[in-house]
Design a protein around this ligand. Structure first.
Ligand code: NAD
Length: 397
């Protein structure tokens, strides 16, 4: 069938298998050209099919030759419905890994559940042995607690004060004001339960109990800081509370991993267009302003550039730069540069419906958004008839 983008709000309902494969190949080429030297050998990536997790898996495998197990949640194609991009990305990753002689196994299912943890550990034990890097990169709107069955829903809300801001609909280019009421205590608790560090710690517990943490094992999870303009909705909002919990979890895990000569660390990454960030009010406006300023200074980065710097310049560097005052790695350093933030802040104040296309890189934001779903890659024939049903070798068995 011919697959075209079909979008609804901040979601695209279709994905293109050849475009997703092209995205994976471009990321592999980037990593291969830049990462050198010793690194991880056996890697588990939780949240491996899109965004930062996919790029982490690519950096580990194609940068260092690591064997990888990836856990993700994505629908396969069914009838005329295409698969989710994470499915096509994972299929392409496994094909490229096989061609390069790299072992790669994937587990599709709810990473928060005991069942998927047990399945993943069985694959790790049989195919890899103890892991020396665990990347935790889940972004999810909900979590069912594995022991109590309670369902937690995460929200993106301010805390204590009502928040009003301008926002940008990146599909239509229209600006509007958005007002969001403060979260209740239950909503805060739920968001922490979904996006905080609880599940990350359960994964490390499970790996440790199964004897699957290698000496010197490193675990890394991803956080975001961001500027004052987004703080009320992000860092001081419900999701910020979850990130505080994630960062505190790193400190607790650090004590345990230190006994194995390893470490637990949070990396603060830059704001990017991913399926998760497109859902956060005001992020499309902020990110399209950020793109404009960073591109003008030759500092623009996507997920793979960020992960290449994280792995090459920090996690596996001979002399990594210091972490920040609460022991976090900062690969958002370019985003947070004063010159960038001052320009973004100035343009944020000025942005109005009649000048927003000029002041921001809205076109760049849209391009990146559709690329998440495999659309807009040069070298891909979008008029060609493609089979939406693609198998993931390790899942097909
Ligand atoms: P993403 O939506 O692109 O990827 C999320 C991954 O989690 C996917 O592989 C998805 O399949 C998987 N996943 C979600 N629910 C799952 C479940 N129940 N079981 C198994 N897998 C599941 O998200 P992203 O933007 O790459 O975010 C990853 C992390 O990076 C998050 O912690 C996020 O807060 C953080 N981060 C994101 C940004 C940004 O701008 N996007 C910036 C800094 C930090």
């Amino acid at each position: 069938m011919i697959i075209r983008p079909q979008s609804k709000g901040f979601i695209c309902l279709t994905a293109h298998p050849a475009g997703c494969a092209q995205n994976v190949r471009e990321q592999i080429a980037h990593v291969r050209a830049r990462i050198k030297g010793p690194g991880p050998k056996n890697v588990l990536v939780i949240g491996s099919s899109t965004g930062y997790g996919l790029s982490s898996r690519i950096a580990a495998a194609f940068g260092y030759g690591a064997k990888t197990v990836g856990v993700f949640f994505a629908n396969a194609a069914e009838g005329k419905r295409t698969a989710a991009p994470g499915w096509y990305n994972t299929a392409a990753f496994e094909r490229e890994a096989a061609a390069a002689g790299l072992a790669a196994y994937s587990v599709n299912g709810d990473a928060y559940s005991d069942d998927i943890k047990a399945k993943t550990l069985a694959v790790v034990k049989e195919k890899l042995g103890p892991v020396d890097l665990i990347v935790y990169s889940l972004a999810s709107p909900r979590r069912t607690h594995p022991r109590t069955g309670e369902v937690f829903n995460s929200t993106l809300k301010p805390i204590l004060r009502t928040y009003t801001s301008k926002t940008l609909n990146f599909q239509t280019g229209q600006m509007a004001d958005v007002t969001i009421e403060p979260a209740t205590q239950t909503e805060i608790n739920h968001t922490v339960a979904v996006m905080g560090g609880d599940d990350w710690a359960l994964w490390i517990d499970a790996l440790e109990s199964a004897g699957l943490l290698a000496p010197g094992a490193v675990t890394v999870a991803y956080s975001y800081a961001g500027p004052e303009a987004t703080a009320a909705i992000y860092r001081r909002g419900t999701i910020g509370r979850a990130k505080d919990h994630l960062e505190a979890t790193a400190h607790r895990l650090e004590e345990r991993l230190a006994r194995l000569g390893g470490r637990a660390v949070v990396s603060v990454n830059k704001a990017l267009v991913t399926q998760a960030s497109a859902a956060i009010p005001v992020m499309p406006l902020y990110i399209s302003l950020l793109f404009k300023s960073m591109k003008a200074r030759g500092l623009h980065e996507g997920c793979v550039e960020q992960m290449t710097r994280l792995f090459g310049d920090h996690l596996y560097a001979a002399t990594p730069p210091p972490t920040d005052e609460i022991e976090r790695i900062r690969v958002d350093d370019w985003e947070m540069r004063p010159d960038i933030q001052q320009e973004v802040g100035r343009r944020w104040e000025k942005a109005r419906p009649d000048n927003v296309e000029r002041l921001t890189d809205l076109a760049g934001y849209r391009d990146e958004f559709f690329k998440l779903f495999g659309f807009g890659f040069s070298g891909v024939d979008y008029d060609a008839d493609v089979n939406p049903s693609v198998s993931i070798p390790s899942i097909a068995g």
